[in-house]
Design a protein around this ligand. Sequence first.
Ligand code: PLP
Length: 283
Amino acid sequence: RIVFLNGSFLPIEEAKVPFMDRGFMFGDGVYEGVGVLEGRLVDNDAHLERLERSLREVRIPNPYTRAEWTHLEEELVRRNGVTEGFVYFQVTRGVAERDFMFPENAVPTVAMFTQVKAILDAPAARTGIAVVTVPDLRWKRRDIKSLNLLAQVLAKQAAREAGAQEAWMVEDGFVTEGGSSSGFIITREGRVVVRPLSNAILPGITRKALLALSKDAGIELEERLFTVDEAYDAAEAFLTSASMFVVPIVSIDGRAIGNGKPGPITKKLRDIYIRMATAPRMA
Ligand code: PLP
């Protein structure tokens, strides 16, 4: 398995990060994850735009241009022979003696790896998944794709221990988002509802693409807050993420959603997204 670290492609066993890396000591860095389908990056420009924004917000210099990032991602995908899966990359503030303030002259650490993963034929997409709700314990800048994922680690572990595959985080009675996904419900009137963008959630790239695509397909969409009770009562629910696309949710906190099977509008949205991701002009 080949990974990328600070300018070199090398076997994962040889990829070592210094002890005092601020990613390790402080979680002082940001990351991105991009889906790979048919060996190609899905919606990569939008992910790089979000990376640029995350870096700007935490004031880490961006080590590469968009073209350079794209080249590195494509090269790593090619070297690992990934046709379907995921490319992950992160940038930390670099290596320095432990001190909270920004170090002078630190060079950002860049790490990138790929994962092979079934997206189109994933069992979760066919059967749908169970979700449990947990309190949202995160900080107030969830719009930044930060390396600090302890709240999500705890949330998703709680989901697993409850026999579910994702956690929906809840604040003031309203669903914010999934541990590593955006959360949607479809009301009994057939309206697709998703929380509006703010500092309370990560601006999901799959979410954004799906909003545009569903508008084109004439599916009604509402960006507004929704409560856990409204989610229990929904006709359908689903999540979106770069590595899962659109996945139906068939139960929340043990309550069946709709008839407890993946719903028709969710299926349609998944198909629409897959069509976009496999279209010839997508790079
Ligand atoms: N929300 C959170 C907290 C996430 O971690 C992720 C992805 O990892 C998402 C939403 C989905 O975003 P995207 O569609 O860009 O993968």
